[in-house]
Design a protein around this ligand. Structure first.
Ligand code: AMP
Length: 589
């Protein structure tokens, strides 16, 4: 499809947002009216008003039993009028349990549609991109498992890579061959992605990864592997540990033979003391970095600006395992100013005002008000009806008749390094467990706050603790064994997504407890009060990130302790490492 036809489609969709949303809801209700779920509320009707009156707004726990029944082999029509063919694992959890979302091919068609639209938007805004230029990506097959009846359960990206929509989407646009993306071993895949990107450095015009954290991780990987990569380029042979046959053969072909000159050049750039601008130095024709830097990813903006010599950092779309939402039609705006234009053909969207006293006040897509904050509710084609996303958005404008939203935050999230979301509830529960260890050694936790430290790679969680003895006026003696045990206990009580990232040593580093002097949290309160907080209503923030506040805490830090063990993932937390499964499935396709 040509550039202009995709952009024309954008105009049409956004100009007719109301009509398209109404038609979509009508279609969803007709197709799904006889599902067990909707029959409970609508008794077979597909009337919009009845839908708005009778179908409740729900959270994951409300629909989990229905989704799990389908995953366990009951017919799709428990929730969906159309067959469910795949389950997407999201980065969210509730009650520590992972969420899975039912979908079918239409989800992957939307995936390809959004990718094509994004690509047209980028071409429209970025000049001088060489015809046939390649994009570096670090996509690869993640973990894959299956329901008892053989339906794949995996992340959205992994499922997309396995879909027909991906086959139609030209993978020739990437610097790496398909085999590297299909590789289930993330280390081999990352190494091969980088090797291909370096060999094709002149052809590379963009870097494109889903989230900023993945790019920071890739640069870290490059830091530890560039010498070996140079050796491969110099010798013309791929390292022996690249044993995945698909990777080995396809990357060897790209490598071609020995290239002394290129190896010297890369070695020269990578051995500089500073890695400032390393992306543009290694890939001189790169015009943009396409990765999400909004929401929890905004913490990576300074790091990426440093590595990229301030190339445009483009956040192109907003999506989730539940649905795609929209695209950024103004990709060259500052990362802080990004808004996403919602597209009305993706799902039926409703909006609940944040802090509204009237819980029943729910607005349609086209009726949201400029400047207001909302939680978005999704009704999709795959069995979610008026589903609370937990994402808070603010209306920043309209593109034709379609509203544009700034991503404000994920509800309730306190700590995050990758895509995991550690909530207030998770943190409080973890503290309660650690408190038991502390108390058994005669100490009491007097003050607490935390932050996600991404100043080094991999990032890690830092908890600031103020301690005192159980006995009055006692002297706090810090026992290394007890403190390390506390770090461990905290990590062990975090949710499974944290643990999965943590189990990969380059994704999240060991959790750290920094013990601060007594009185530190009083100083913190004084700081907030001097900045206008009301003393009578002051609550220590559960998490902090302002440099001033961190400086107060750092100044009073007296000791540091790190977790010494990767927290185990318990069987009932859904640890199913099906990576081999994924490879087998790919081969048999
Ligand atoms: P997942 O279902 O694991 O793909 O996670 C989806 C969640 O990631 C969304 O609900 C958002 O909280 C977050 N997310 C996705 N896209 C963006 C974006 N462009 N900006 C900020 N957060 C995003």
């Amino acid at each position: 499809m040509s550039l202009s036809s995709k952009l024309n489609e954008l105009e049409e969709l956004t100009s007719n947002a109301k009509q398209i949303q109404d038609n979509l809801l009508e279609e969803i209700l007709k197709v799904n009216a006889n599902t067990e779920y909707l029959r409970r509320f609508l008794h077979g009707s597909s009337d919009k008003e009845l839908f708005q009156k009778k179908v409740p707004v729900v959270s994951y726990e409300d629909v989990r039993p229905y989704i799990e029944r389908v995953a366990n082999g009951e017919p799709s029509d428990v929730i969906s009028g159309e067959p469910i063919t795949n389950f997407l694992i999201s980065s969210g959890t509730t009650g520590g349990k992972q969420k899975i979302f039912p979908v079918n091919d239409r989800y992957f068609e939307n995936f390809a549609f959004i990718y094509a639209l994004r690509s047209s938007i980028v071409s429209k805004h970025i000049d001088g991109v060489k015809e046939g230029g390649k994009s570096i990506t670090f996509l690869n097959m993640g973990l894959l498992s299956a329901t008892p009846f053989g339906l794949p359960i995996a992340s959205a990206v992994t499922n997309f890579l396995m879909s027909d929509s991906f086959k139609k989407w030209s993978s020739k646009r990437y610097a790496s061959p398909d085999e590297v993306m299909f590789c289930a071993d993330s280390k081999q895949s990352m190494y091969c992605h980088l090797l291909c990107a370096l060999v094709r450095r002149e052809e590379v015009v963009s870097v494109s990864v889903p989230f900023a954290s993945a790019l920071v991780q890739a640069i870290k990987f490059l830091e530890t592997h560039w010498k070996e990569l140079c050796n491969n380029i110099r010798s013309g042979h791929v390292s022996e540990w690249i044993t995945d046959l698909g990777c080995r053969e396809s990357v060897s072909a790209i490598l071609g033979g020995s290239n002394q000159e290129l190896a010297d050049l890369i070695e020269h750039e990578c051995s500089q003391k500073s890695w400032e601008g390393i992306i543009t130095r290694l890939w001189p024709n790169v015009k943009s970095i396409q990765c999400i830097v909004t929401g929890q990813m905004s913490q990576y903006i300074p790091t990426l600006e440093f590595y990229s010599n301030k190339l445009p950092l483009i956040s192109l779309s907003y999506s989730s395992s539940e649905t795609f939402f929209g695209v950024n039609v103004n990709p060259l705006c500052k990362p802080q100013d990004v808004s996403y234009t919602f597209l009305p053909n993706l799902s039926y969207f409703e909006f609940q005002p944040v802090d509204s006293r009237n819980n029943d006040e729910i607005l349609d897509l086209v009726n949201v008000k400029l400047g207001c904050f909302y939680e978005v509710l999704v009704t999709n084609r795959f069995g979610l009806y008026r589903y609370r996303m937990g994402d808070i958005l603010q209306v920043t404008g309209f593109y034709n008749a379609a509203p544009q939203f700034r991503f404000v935050s994920r509800k309730n999230i306190v700590l995050s390094i990758q895509m995991e979301a550690t909530t207030e509830e998770d943190v409080v529960m973890a503290l309660n467990h650690a408190r038991l260890v502390l108390e058994s050694s005669g100490l009491v936790l007097m003050g607490f706050t935390c932050y996600s430290n991404v100043s080094s790679v991999p990032g890690h969680y830092v908890l600031y603790w103020e301690l005192k003895t159980k006995t009055p006026n006692g002297i706090v003696k810090l026992d290394n064994k007890v403190m390390v045990e506390c770090c461990r206990v905290v990590e062990e009580s975090f949710n499974v997504i944290y643990k999965k990232f943590r189990s990969k040593s380059d994704s999240i580093g060991a959790l750290e407890i920094r013990v601060v002097q007594q009185g530190t949290f009083d100083s913190l309160m004084e700081y907030f009060v001097s900045n206008g907080a009301s003393p009578s209503q002051y609550k220590t923030p559960l998490s902090v990130n302002s440099p001033e506040v961190l400086a107060i805490l750092e100044e009073k830090c007296v000791a540091r302790f790190f977790s010494d063990k990767i927290p185990p993932i318990l069987v009932d937390e859904g640890n199913n490492d099906g990576s081999q499964d994924a490879a087998n499935r790919r081969k048999s396709n």
